[in-house]
Write a protein that binds this ligand. Structure first.
Ligand SMILES: NC(=O)c1ccc[n+]([C@@H]2O[C@H](COP(=O)([O-])OP(=O)(O)OC[C@H]3O[C@@H](n4cnc5c(N)ncnc54)[C@H](O)[C@@H]3O)[C@@H](O)[C@H]2O)c1
Length: 352
């Protein structure tokens, strides 16, 4: 299957391209980047494909069946919609778009064209998350009434001043960039419950004065751009009521507490667990025969984006609807929009 990778930056080089290279059913025909050197470097590094700067060249090629969109968030809708209309199947990086409205437009075009539109919420493809979901589905936790989400890092703003911290390009900060994954794990594990009400606050505090921002060691996604833009959330808090559990969210790219906390607690009336975001390890705390009982499920570690890409290619042939289809991802887009809307109005948002 001939594939085009649009955007040859970090996620393309660390995850998408290696996964396609490893997949014997796939062949990358185009590497596209508006920075020509990046597309050319990919051709040289991977020893295949054609370097292009305009993604429409790939869309016009009838041989291309699958497209990975690995660009900044702002152009996800444009490229994904153009690709769907050109008859291509799309795996678009997360978040689907900057806003719920844009994500809805993408979903509409997916429905019109019938082509695949999956969003890169790759944790759904991690074996650990899948094991957790199975335990929840099997009733091991009983009624899950509260899920507590924590994604909090110590002064770690990605590419301060650049695309990730510019609202017009990214749509938001810590919530839309990191929180999207955490909310997505909750939704997947709990069976995508319908969100009912959302209240939240989003804070743009620590990175506001870019030249004076103090950070430890190497800055993630490059050093600060001193005259760049910083108008997104570096921390967020929210309470979401759903038809399933109530979800409480605390997230921060940057906080003045030197503790990194990347976990999700699932609290059920029969059992509970804390899943580690990176390793996906978790211990189940429950009772058995009137005694406290805990156990740690074992699973084979896998590379989640590689699995996501393998299954993306397979679903194009099989017609299977994967768990990261736009139809499920749209719920997370709706929740994130409601958190931002609530933060802006300082009011609870009631969802329909
Ligand atoms: N799934 C994950 O865990 C994960 C991790 C990191 C990033 N991401 C997502 O991947 C996307 C890209 O992030 P990144 O860190 O790779 O960014 P990046 O800046 O390293 O790479 C983006 C590339 O896209 C190129 N580009 C921009 N507009 C383009 C266009 N119109 N056509 C072709 N190329 C274009 C840029 O020149 C750049 O090389 C973002 O949406 C981000 O949220 C996902």
């Amino acid at each position: 299957m001939k594939v085009a990778v649009i955007g040859c930056g970090t996620i393309a080089n660390t995850a998408h391209i290696p996964a396609y290279m490893e997949n014997e059913k796939a062949e990358i025909k185009y590497f596209c980047d508006i920075i020509p050197e990046r597309a050319e470097a990919a051709v040289e590094k991977y020893g295949c494909g054609i370097a292009i700067t305009d993604y429409k060249v790939a869309l016009a090629d009838p041989e291309i069946e699958a497209i990975s969109v690995c660009t900044p968030n702002k152009v996800h809708p444009l490229i994904a919609i153009d690709a769907l209309r050109a008859g291509k199947n799309v795996l678009c990086e997360k978040p689907a778009a900057r806003t719920y409205k844009e994500a809805l437009e993408m979903q509409k075009v997916q429905h019109e064209t019938g082509k695949v539109l999956n969003i890169g919420v790759c944790n759904r493809f991690h074996n650990g998350v899948r094991v957790l979901k199975k335990l929840i589905d099997d009733g091991v936790f009983g009624d899950i009434f509260h899920v507590y989400v924590s994604f909090r890092a110590f002064r770690s703003i990605p590419g301060l001043g650049g695309a990730f911290t510019t609202k017009d390009i990214a749509g938001g900060g810590a919530l839309i960039d990191w929180g999207v994954h955490f909310l997505d794990i909750v939704m997947y594990a709990c069976g995508d419950p319908k969100p009912l009400t959302v209240t939240g606050e989003a804070f743009c505090k620590l990175g506001k004065n870019i030249p004076e921002y103090v950070y430890p060691g190497q800055m993630w996604a490059g050093p600060p751009i001193l005259d760049g833009t910083y108008d997104v959330d570096d921390s967020v808090t929210a309470l979401i009521r759903t038809e399933g559990p109530t979800i409480t969210v605390n997230g921060a790219w940057a906080q003045n507490v030197k503790k990194e906390e990347m976990f999700i607690d699932f609290m059920g009336d029969k059992g509970g667990c804390r899943i580690d975001y990176y390793t996906k390890d978790f211990t189940v705390y429950t009772t058995k025969d009137g005694e406290l009982y805990e156990y740690t499920p074992e699973f084979e570690q896998n590379v989640q984006i590689a699995t996501e890409i393998d299954e993306f290619l397979d679903c194009i042939k099989s017609g299977d609807k994967l768990a990261n289809h736009i139809d499920t991802n749209i719920i997370t887009a709706k929740m994130m929009q409601a958190i931002y809307d609530s933060a802006e109005t300082h009011r609870e948002i009631v969802l329909d």
